[in-house]
Design a protein around this ligand. Structure first.
Ligand code: ADP
Length: 151
């Protein structure tokens, strides 16, 4: 049976840390769906969502095992629709853990077929955060080092 995983996030912007999680997930799963959600606590995006879809797609050009979608519903519902039994999240530190722990319990409650799989960040990407990148970019700093080439 094909193993499909959803990797949900805001990806505002999509970073080398996110890319690393996707590439490592492809060693485990047959297909990874990158789901760009409208996070209710981060309503106003900094980078245009349609532009970000195009940019992420270009990172995985020619790779049929990676899809990019935008969604505006529960991640657990999205997973069901796509026949995905796995949800991927990245963990950088204990703050991520505290948050992710709660979310994963809720997702399990909402969709008992959904298993959350946590991948610990690779050390070279541990300090990369979309929030910090947005702040540096806003004030004219060069953030290209932290983003995949086509982003
Ligand atoms: P969200 O708004 O859902 O937290 P993000 O786009 O910030 O979305 O992150 C999506 C996922 O990627 C989360 O699981 C987050 O912990 C993980 N992540 C973000 N940055 C990194 C990184 N540098 N290394 C590993 N995982 C990361």
């Amino acid at each position: 049976m094909k193993k499909t995983a959803i990797f949900p996030g805001s990806f505002d912007p999509y970073t080398k840390g996110h890319h690393d999680i996707v590439m490592r997930s492809l060693d485990i799963f047959d297909e990874v769906i990158i789901g760009i959600g409208y996070n209710s606590t981060k309503k106003n995006r900094y980078f245009d969502i349609d532009l970000m879809v195009k940019k992420i797609e270009s990172v995985y050009e020619g790779m049929d095992s990676v899809k990019v979608i935008v969604y505006n519903e529960l991640t657990s519902t999205l997973a069901k629709k796509h026949g995905a039994n796995f949800l991927i999240r990245g963990l950088r530190n204990t703050t991520d853990f505290e948050y992710e722990n709660t979310i994963s319990q809720m997702n399990r409650y909402l969709n008992e077929d959904l298993e959350t799989v946590f991948l610990i960040t690779s050390p070279q990407y541990a300090a990369i955060s979309s929030t910090v990148i947005r702040e540096v970019h806003r004030y004219g700093g060069d953030v290209s080092e932290f983003l995949p080439y086509s982003i």
